[in-house]
Write a new protein. Structure first.
Length: 57
């Protein structure tokens, strides 16, 4: 992983997280990881809903 930004890339099905040491509180690392996993889950569990949201934006 690495970098200083957290994000999910649907095309590559990849979650990017900064190193744990960057976060002042460890709980924020896990909050961020779970947030990005939520994007992944939305893409995998509700792919049609995600596509509809993209088309309506």
């Amino acid at each position: 992983m690495g970098g200083d930004t957290a994000f999910y890339t649907p095309g590559a099905d990849r979650i990017q997280l900064p190193p744990q040491q960057i976060f002042h509180d460890q709980v924020n690392y896990y909050r961020t990881a779970l947030h990005e996993l939520g994007h992944n889950a939305a893409t995998r569990i509700m792919p049609h809903g995600v596509e509809k949201a993209r088309l309506s934006a």
